[in-house]
Design a protein around this ligand. Sequence first.
Ligand SMILES: [Zn+2]
Ligand SMILES: [Zn+2]
Length: 356
Amino acid sequence: MIKQKNMQAVVYKGNGEVILTERPVPKLIDPKDALIKVTLSTICSSDIHIKHGSVPKAIPGTILGHEFVGEVVEIGSDVHNFSVGDRVAVNVETFCGDCFFCKQGFVNNCEDKNGGWALGCRIDGGQSEYCRIPYADNGLTRIPDTVSDEAALFTGDILSTGYWAAKIGDLKPAQTVVVIGAGPTGLCTMMSARLYSPSKLIVIDHDPYRLQYAKEQGLADITYCTEHNPSMDEIETFVKKECNNRGADVVFEVAGGKNTFEMAWRIARANANIVVVALYEEAQTLPLPDMYGKNLTFKTGGVDGSYCDEIMELIANGKLDTNCLITHQTALSDAMHAYDIFENKKDHVIKYLLKP
Ligand SMILES: [Zn+2]
Ligand SMILES: [Zn+2]
């Protein structure tokens, strides 16, 4: 049993406000729960979406944070795969494992009342010292001794997203790939797409620094900067020329900008797959007459976080390495400063780590 009564936590207050405050240390409420002592947490752009009110399901008063690792400190009587003392990565999604969707791996749509993305949205998350994990046998992934907390941190959320996107993109070796958006999830999508050996990976973003970074890290082969608002025709012409005069075989839309949905289908070749990973703040239009005859396939998010074991295996063997995402870290007590830097994309931040 944990003796500590209260803890620090970052809480979504509603009305565009996020605060650092004190909360009671959570208790187990179901035999399938585990209690985690958070060792490392981070801020995700989805936290900023919650703050801005663009996640309708988010409940004010909830502790934020859905991307974190920790140590198991307590388990319910019906937790079988984990023991106290295990180092674990937490899955962004809570899932029962038994319903129609879970059985097919579509855990984002788990029919449980807390199924899907609940942590740090509808139930208390991990920007805190401790966190209760429902369905712990499903929602945790053991971190091998050879893998650091930092290396495992993104397993359950943005790396799961990139990995899942590459999977549903149905990539084949030697195809041309465009990733729109060179932020943290874009970088994870690039490294996951590279597992399928594309012939060319093009990255489009408006931030020249992020593009250069993606190239330096060996994730992008070719970059295209939209900083000075090129026309859609110019962007389309560039991509077409780089992609066998046809357009991209697979497009990943990870930016969620004003015109990036249109960009995604414009730069795709006929019969391409377009994976929409982005979470938009406003509705998008699908102008079917304009794309008639292109015979496109659209696949849309959010992530099914059902590949964490595979991802951890690839991390442990050096095939996926997200260390390049970590640009900043601070104590949990300094979280509001970190939110300011991350939300306003100051100081070339990619990921800001919070240490409880
Ligand atoms: Zn996230
Ligand atoms: Zn389920």
